[in-house]
Design a protein around this ligand. Structure first.
Ligand SMILES: Nc1ncnc2c1ncn2[C@@H]1O[C@H](COP(=O)(O)OP(=O)(O)OP(=O)(O)O)[C@@H](O)[C@H]1O
Length: 629
């Protein structure tokens, strides 16, 4: 049967044939399907539900002709980017691509005037990014009629003449810097940043006022007087407003902060499904507008080349909800509408100034190079003096913590054994990768806990909040990060490369028992000072059956494997660091686990085996005093 994408594949191959230097597109091959659900087999293509929606051919050294006629056959094409290549000549005739939402031609060598009607009919377009080329002539008037336009970047070209007004685009952000433009900045662009106009011969707000023309001194005087009168009026009105405002009782502040107030209830809510409570808030509303975050107006630095770019402003304005707050700050889910809907998780960090700016950027770039199916990819970051934002992919299915400890509807089953086994195997793989990538770090993860194990729609685990220790202020890390709740830190004030193994052990025990480890830490000194001690005491009394989470239904013929995992958890929680397994050993043992027991395994495992794995002395009962959770 004819593949519906065949025609598009042919169109793309024709498009490719008019490019020069397209050697990197060698997997564009008609025998391989372009799209596979939401992923693509051809370099530079992005697909959604089997349809090609974006073409991102960036940094490929391409030149030659852009065959727009062929591109026009791609019926769902939303984004077209050839940024950072060697294209020259006139701008392609993009008005033929009438479904386009974003166009990126930045950093090429395009020349010539752009016809006035070049953008006519592109009624869905949101971004026109043609900066850093050699375009000449006037700014095409058709740009002013694009109802959805929010981002127009034409800086570093050779445009001449005046800037037209953009009266219809309320959220538009422009950049015309470093051209040869002159005249007065039009009324609807006066609230833009002054830097968007610098390097031209422009005047008027937000730049300096235009010099009054010598021909009409009287008119100039009238204008100045009018401006002074208007300013005076504004000052008086402002003063009046302030006086009026001060007199009001100040319960305003309370209601704003209450949005984000921390409470134990919220922690519980946080563990309920992440997809609840969707509303029309955005991060600005939820935090910045009210509490004055420093990020507004800042720059988002992308650490992954292949990812679709967006601006910080887009992120802060996107529809958002609070996912929860931890020791470092709040995390938000933001839904961006660019070339389809994309959900990102945005985590605010304070106390992240352990290293200088340069080193911080370096560390982020290092995180941006990590690719592993069991790690949440960090996509971008914002660097502010006091505050940082880390942007990563939003993981759909909530955290392991929410599945283990959150409320469920009565007919929703708990996680079964095969799923729990899959989760711990994935966690082990993610950790293994981190240890290989960060041999220089004492704690390659440092913050392994069930709320930092997220689940995708197939219940595959993905780790978050990893490898952040180098950038977090020491005091803060010691107060909040999981590694610093380990016996070796509370007892000896030290952490080692085996401390993440202890966190893994606690995670395993949490997964098997369904008990929330923080509850034990709260109780402090005593026989059950941590989850491992509790498990130990139950096992010692030969009540091993009591250890396992009752929600983990259908355990028949699986007890042997479950006991093996329990033993692994106990060995990872060995108090004596020297005797504790290292990560490699723990991973190997986890990898050996199977879903079902073989006959002899089924009969040979008993509680004695488990008990001997954590040799308990009287001292052990009192080592782990952790007041703060
Ligand atoms: N990328 C993501 N996708 C989906 N949910 C996420 C993502 N990152 C974090 N979350 C969820 O958001 C909530 C808040 O996370 P956050 O990391 O702020 O707090 P925490 O993990 O409880 O504590 P801490 O700050 O100490 O790590 C948690 O339930 C977490 O599972």
């Amino acid at each position: 049967q004819e593949n519906p994408n065949d025609e598009e594949a042919l169109a793309l191959l024709k498009f490719k044939s008019s490019l020069n230097n397209a050697t990197q597109l060698d997997n564009w091959d008609k025998s391989i399907p372009m799209c596979n659900g939401n992923s693509s087999n051809w370099k530079g293509l992005f697909c959604s539900n089997g349809e090609l929606i974006m073409l991102q051919l960036e940094d490929l050294g391409l030149s030659g002709k852009i065959d727009v006629g062929s591109l026009a056959k791609l019926s769902n094409l939303r984004q077209f980017s050839v940024a950072n290549n060697q294209f020259s000549g006139n701008m392609p005739d993009v008005k033929k691509l009438n479904g386009l939402r974003a166009l990126y031609l930045t950093n090429n060598k395009f020349t010539g005037d752009i016809p006035d009607d070049a953008f006519t009919g592109l009624n869905g377009i949101r971004r026109v990014i043609i900066a850093n080329n050699e375009f000449t002539g006037k700014i095409p008037r058709s740009l002013t009629n694009l109802p959805k336009l929010v981002d127009l970047q034409m800086q570093n070209n050779e445009f001449v003449g005046d800037i037209p007004d953009f009266p219809n685009q309320v959220d538009l952000k422009v950049n015309f810097a470093n051209n040869k433009l002159d005249g007065e900045i039009p009324p609807h662009l006066r609230t833009q940043y002054p830097t968007s106009f610098q390097g031209n011969n422009l005047c008027g707000p937000p730049l300096e006022a235009c010099k009054p023309s010598k021909k009409f001194p009287k008119l100039a005087i009238i204008i100045i007087i009018t401006i002074i009168a208007a300013v005076a009026f504004l000052v008086i009105a402002l003063a009046y407003f302030i006086i009026l405002h001060r007199r009001k009782p100040s319960n305003y502040k309370k209601s704003t902060i209450s949005n984000l107030q921390r409470s134990d209830k919220k922690k519980e809510a946080q563990y309920n499904n992440n997809n609840n409570n969707y509303n029309d808030n955005n991060i600005k509303k939820l935090y910045y507008k009210k509490n004055g975050g420093e990020a507004a107006g800042g720059i988002l630095h992308f650490v992954r080349k292949e990812r679709q770019k967006f601006e910080l402003e887009d992120l802060l304005r996107a529809s958002a909800e609070v996912l929860g707050s931890g020791g470092f700050g709040s995390t938000y889910k933001a839904e961006l509408l660019i070339g389809g809907s994309i959900c990102m998780a945005v985590k605010r960090f304070r106390e992240m100034n352990n290293v200088g700016k340069e080193e911080f950027f370096q560390h982020m770039r290092r995180l941006g190079k990590l690719t592993h199916p069991n790690l949440v990819p960090i996509v971008a970051f914002y660097y502010g003096k006091e505050e940082k934002l880390l942007v990563s992919d939003f993981v759909q299915f909530g955290s392991l913590a929410s599945h283990l400890h959150g409320k469920r509807s009565p007919n929703q089953p708990g996680l079964d054994w095969p799923t729990r086994l899959k989760i711990i195997k994935g966690v082990a793989k993610g950790l293994d990768y981190l240890y290989k990538e960060f041999p220089d770090l004492i704690l390659p993860h440092g913050h392994l806990k069930s709320s930092n194990v997220l689940l995708d729609n197939k219940c595959e685990p993905v780790l978050s909040d990893y490898a952040l220790l180098p950038v977090i202020n020491k005091d803060h890390a010691q107060q909040f990060m999981v590694a610093y709740k380990s016996p070796e830190f509370t007892r000896d004030d030290r952490v080692t490369q085996k401390t993440d193994v202890w966190s893994l052990g606690i995670l395993i025990l949490e997964l098997l028992t369904g008990h929330f480890p923080a509850n034990y830490l709260k109780q402090g000194k005593g026989a059950n000072a941590d989850l491992a001690s509790w498990v130990n005491s139950v096992v010692r009394e030969e009540w091993t059956g009591e250890v396992f989470d009752k929600e983990m239904n259908g355990t028949k013929n699986r007890e042997g494997q479950m006991l093996k995992l329990l033993k692994i958890g106990m060995c990872c929680c060995e108090l004596n660091v020297e005797k504790r397994w290292d990560l490699r050993e723990a991973i190997e043992k986890i990898e050996e686990l199977k879903e079902k027991d073989s006959e002899e395994e089924f009969s040979s495992y008993g509680s004695e085996d488990i008990y001997s794995s954590r040799a308990m002395t009287d001292d052990d009962f009192s080592f782990s005093v952790v007041e703060k959770v």
